[in-house]
Write a protein that binds this ligand. Sequence first.
Ligand code: P6P
Length: 336
Amino acid sequence: MSRVTLSRYLIEQTRSHNTPADLRFLIEVVARACKAISHQVSKGALGGVLGSLDSENVQGEVQKKLDVISNEILLEANEWGGHLAGMASEEMDNAYQIPGKYPKGAYLLVFDPLDGSSNIDVNVSVGTIFSVLRCPDEQQGETGDLGEDAFLQPGTEQVCAGYAIYGPQTMLMLTLGNGVKGFTLDRELGSFVLTHDTIKVPESTKEFAINMSNQRHWEAPVQRYVGELLAGESGPLGRNYNMRWIASMVADVHRILTRGGVFMYPRDGRDPAMPGKLRLMYEANPMAMIIEQAGGAATDGSQRILDIQPTSLHQRVPVFLGSKEEVLRITAYHRS
Ligand code: P6P
């Protein structure tokens, strides 16, 4: 049977689900940019791309060379095509304006160009996370700069979300709102090939992911829940659990999509002004859409992540996502 490439899948989606042609083009461009990022990441020390710069991003995090390289690859690939009204990135303080010499389009692209980049220098999987929104009609085609407000839409407004994971294989995981598909990069063809047609997160699990070193800072519901996980089969949950923490959200989420699990990055007492580490617009929202489309659940402990009304481009939220049974349990503990 002939293999289904990403391009063929998207053309078939255009026909069967009326996926607009310019959205199809946008996804193809992002996929090509991810291939270029994969190539840069795989060079490692040979490419002179490892290590940090003297600069910090808006998060106050030291930027890795590959953070900036990946960000530039995505900007340069997407700015000229006429499918975007603007872009926003973890690596840029403000929204990116499409240069006046290029046509503007209907969509907004929001991304973390290289998530988990602290793992690059130790050769652990990293990835690119992206989210696509429609630009509000009143802001499309304006000659003036696109304001941050155009991006501040709840995750339910995403028309597409996905990530690329640069691991032993480079894969692209994608949802257009009708399920999650997985594509593996065939480096001989140079194409992403459909290898995971229908991805479902198992409803229950025996595996959890959290950075245990922060335990003393957690709030009571998380202390209670993780205590029950650690109590194992003699505890209230009646089963033994395993733990994984890769400290690369893309890698942890990919494992959960593949075999189930619950991922947690809760708010903690270290900085009351910081309600968590992960960012809503380009980490939590796209991952929440993917997880929900695969039958899982994603909350901030109190509400569905996709329902959160953003108040700023780089705002952070607590994240609990994965196998529905466990996410609903930890969310119930927050409400009790
Ligand atoms: P910690 C990577 O920097 C990241 O944003 C996510 O990819 C990852 O889940 C988290 O931070 C890891 O945080 O505190 O365990 O290093």
